[in-house]
Write a protein that binds this ligand. Structure first.
Ligand code: GDP
Ligand code: MN
Length: 394
């Protein structure tokens, strides 16, 4: 789960990381009020959306007058901001963060991520942070500092000092940098975050180290341990298809293709996506119905898949161990009837009660194609989808 920048900054502050003073605003009037509260001469108006790269999309504006603040707020609020991370549909701005402006001397990149190859937390840092970090990591990969944290002992201050020195920081700044690095690591560790990214972490004209931006992402499976973090969830920032499925207890991830998938088991679901691609199609989603899926759960899965208006064909792929093929078949038949399904549908069943399941499908008299292997199912669904699209085009 992701949270907003202002929420991330509140948490960072709790762990001893310096952040600028600021306040949240839901309207241009509130934005202006925040300026008078903060006093000072310059303010930064920041669109709060679950995406980075807002700066390049007009979502971060430095303002020198209250009028500029008001105009920026007016422009941002209610807008769907499109960044290179949001996809073309963009993300809705419904709140702003107003901060005192910071005088920047240097922009640093500092991130803590879970490295799957290392199976450890890795610190990634660069002395050239800011909005061009992607280009720098591509053009000068050797300039990126990487430091692996040993989970047995956690981040040690000597290691944090080493990172700070590698960044070429002025010796006077090292203690602050160490405090920042330790704070981020402690946050990640204690709050079950799987990413902490500060870009930029800046050195100010006054010789301070301040987190000017903050991106935190949390492990969904550990959220039950952090009810205060769970409360920060903002559904307006999520893929509506995923919210719909997630609220119904389905494990679903939205993709960009046209072929909807209903599968049991995460591994089989991944393999199904690959097979659809190999057959020349594009999957519309990942969906794991789980073990022991009742007909009701299968029906619900169909609803979740069809909630995506781009879906033009459906593949059901079940390997029944704990599941029962006859239950799945029952669910499929109910879904086709209740939802008046007209698009191509291919069902592959295997395992417990497969004969009963196949018989139910055949006897239903409904237009359901069946397959006995995954490869056959993927081929069939892509073929039927293609011929249906050609039919419609003619
Ligand atoms: P992002 O584009 O979504 O990552 O948003 P950031 O919060 O990182 O802001 C983008 C850029 O705006 C930063 O890299 C800074 O260069 C600039 N910026 C943000 N806040 C300030 C500020 O207080 N003062 C100055 N001078 N620049 C700022
Ligand atoms: Mn940033």
């Amino acid at each position: 789960m992701d949270i907003h920048e202002y929420q991330a900054k509140e948490l960072l502050k709790r762990f001893g990381v310096n952040v600028p003073r600021g306040g949240i605003a839901y309207s241009p009037e509130q934005a202006v009020y925040r300026c008078s509260e903060l006093s000072g001469e310059k303010w930064v108006v920041k669109a709060q959306i679950h995406s980075g790269a807002r700066g390049k999309a007009g979502g971060v504006r430095i303002c020198s007058t209250e009028q500029e603040v008001e105009e920026s707020a007016q422009w941002m609020l209610g807008r769907k901001l499109v960044t290179h991370q949001t996809g073309p549909q963009g993300k809705l701005v419904n709140r702003l963060y107003i901060e005192e402006a910071t005088n920047i001397v240097q922009e640093i990149y500092l991130a803590f991520v879970m490295d799957r190859t290392e199976e450890r937390v890795v610190v990634v840092a660069s002395a050239q942070g800011g909005m061009e970090i992607e280009e720098i990591s591509e053009k000068e990969p050797e300039s990126i500092i990487r430091s692996v944290v040993d989970p047995a002992v956690g981040m040690q201050s000597f290691q944090a000092r080493e990172i700070a020195f590698s960044l070429g920081l002025d010796p006077a700044l090292i203690p602050q940098a160490v405090k920042t690095i330790m704070g981020c690591y402690n946050l990640m560790n204690q709050m079950d975050a799987n990413m902490v990214e500060i870009n930029p972490l800046v050195v100010t004209g006054g010789g301070e180290i301040v987190a000017l931006d903050g991106k935190l992402s949390f492990d969904d499976n550990a959220l039950f341990r952090h009810p205060d973090v769970s409360e920060l969830r903002d559904k307006s920032q999520e893929d509506p298809r995923e919210t719909y499925a997630g609220d119904r207890g389905l494990s679903y991830i939205g993709l960009d293709g046209k072929i909807g998938c209903i599968v049991n088991g995460a591994g089989l679901a991944m393999a199904t996506l690959d097979m659809i691609k190999m057959a020349g199609g594009e999957p519309a989603n990942f969906l794991d119905v789980g073990g022991g899926a009742s007909p009701e759960r299968v029906l619900m899965s169909f609803k979740a898949v069809l909630n995506d208006r781009n879906v033009e064909a459906i593949l059901v792929n079940i390997f029944a161990g704990i599941n029962r093929c006859d239950w799945i078949a029952e669910g499929v038949i109910r879904a086709v009837k209740e939802l008046d399904l007209k698009m191509p549908l291919v069902v592959r069943l295997s395992g417990t009660n497969v004969e009963e399941g196949m018989t139910l499908l055949k006897d239903s008299g409904l237009n359901i194609e069946t397959a006995s292997s995954l490869a056959e199912a993927a081929d069939k669904v892509v073929k039927s989808w293609k011929s249906k699209s050609i039919e419609e085009a003619v």
